[in-house]
Design a protein around this ligand. Structure first.
Ligand code: NAD
Ligand code: WQD
Length: 339
């Protein structure tokens, strides 16, 4: 299939492009590079060409383009016969979304609306959307797809909840379109080649890139946000999922997508605390990660992990990689990465 991947130069998008190409699909990437680099496209080609019998360079096309530019995006739909869209493009920094809500609402909502509209106009049948466990709010763990969603705590989360509602209505109005809302838990790790991975701009907000940068000596020590949560060791519990497992989930969702709206949690179903992750990282890589306990971070919840059984039952997808592989692969990428 010809798959339009918005945000395909980004962290999850680049790994998904590798998985799509390895599965024999053709990818058309639309990314404005606001949080990624053009070199990533070459790295995707390099990874796939290493294992493929034939050169895949002509199965990947890159457009440096803003997805909210409806006219320019229209030209992509006219030039390529798009069979499916995976919509990763979006702004994702929670703290920044509180400071710049309009940028977040505009970028994340308008892009989703324009793409859904283009699917109707150009007869595209499959749409896969990057949602987030953040839409569950502070529900009781494990989070199940059938749960009533609780309020999100920031504009970023709201853009995901709103995009989900918009796409739900679009499917009702356009029964030819199949939509998968994929709710990711906490994606970490990197491709085993060490060529692509998570490289946030500035000081990382998320735990794993912070840990890898402390291990590299770029940051002095980790601040653990609170050890008085009602969890096993008092630190926050999350469902970390290897980005390559997550990427595979997209390929499967696209292949198996049937008409209508389908919601899937993409997580491992296992919770890991901050201190357990630090210990796993130290053991996997033989490196010490100094840390101090500080106050809770505003907006954080105690525990967040998935009931991942629906994706397993309906798609046959299951996360295969454990926390040790996540830590090892994240560190390999960080060591290799040059700014
Ligand atoms: P990322 O920032 O690495 O990738 C997003 C890509 O989209 C970047 O390459 C960026 O340049 C591009 N982009 C942003 N706005 C654009 C626009 N208007 N036009 C064209 N390109 C644009 O982020 P990621 O971690 O790969 O996340 C991908 C998606 O998954 C996002 O929608 C994010 O909200 C969602 N998500 C991420 C996480 C996470 O923890 N990483 C968790 C849940 C959901
Ligand atoms: C994980 C745990 C922190 C950094 C965020 C978004 C969510 C989704 C994934 C996009 C928590 C603790 C963190 C640090 C720490 N993104 N921590 N010190 O908050 O679960 O989710 O990213 O959709 O929407 O909110 O991820 O990696 O920031 O935090 O102690 O320096 O690590 O308190 O318990 P989070 P995270």
């Amino acid at each position: 299939m010809n798959i339009l991947v918005t945000g395909g130069a980004g962290y999850i998008g680049s790994h998904t492009c590798v998985a799509l190409l390895e599965a024999g699909h053709t990818v058309i990437i639309a990314d404005n590079l606001c949080n990624s680099k053009a070199e990533t496209i070459d790295k995707i080609k390099e990874i796939v060409n290493q294992t493929s019998n034939e050169n895949i360079d002509n199965q990947i096309t890159f457009y440096k383009i803003d997805v909210t530019n409806e006219e320019a995006m229209g030209a992509i739909f006219t030039n390529h016969k798009i069979d499916g869209v995976i919509h990763f493009a979006g702004l994702k920094a929670v703290g920044e979304s509180v400071e710049k809500p309009l940028e977040y609402y505009y970028n994340n909502i308008v892009s989703t609306m324009f793409l859904a509209k283009a699917c109707g106009k150009y007869g595209v049948k499959k749409f896969v959307f990057s949602s987030s466990a953040t839409v569950y709010g502070d529900n009781t763990v494990p989070f199940v797809e059938t749960m009533k969603l609780l309020p999100t705590t920031n504009p970023y989360g709201e853009t995901k909840a709103m995009s989900e509602r918009i796409l739900t209505d679009v499917v009702k109005a356009n029964p030819d379109l199949s939509v998968a809302l994929l709710r990711y838990f906490n994606p970490v790790g990197a491709h085993t080649s060490g060529l692509i991975g998570e490289a946030p701009n500035g000081v990382p907000n998320n735990l794993m890139p912070y840990v890898t940068q402390v291990a590299k000596g770029k940051l002095k020590q980790l601040r653990v946000f609170g050890n008085d949560y009602p969890t096993e060791d008092g630190t926050g519990v999350r469902d970390y999922i290897h980005v390559v497992d997550l990427a595979d989930g997209h390929v499967v969702a696209l292949d198996k997508l049937e008409s209508g709206l389908h919601i899937y949690n993409l997580g491992t179903g296992k919770g890991t605390s901050v201190l357990q992750l630090v210990k796993a990282f130290e053991e996997a890589n033989g490196i010490e990660v100094p840390y101090e306990i500080v106050d809770r971070r505003s907006g954080d919840i105690a525990s967040c992990y998935a009931d991942a059984s629906k994706a397993n039952d309906e798609l046959g997808w299951i996360a295969k990689r454990g926390i040790v592989e996540m830590c090892r692969d994240a560190w390999r990428f960080e060591k290799n990465y040059k700014e």
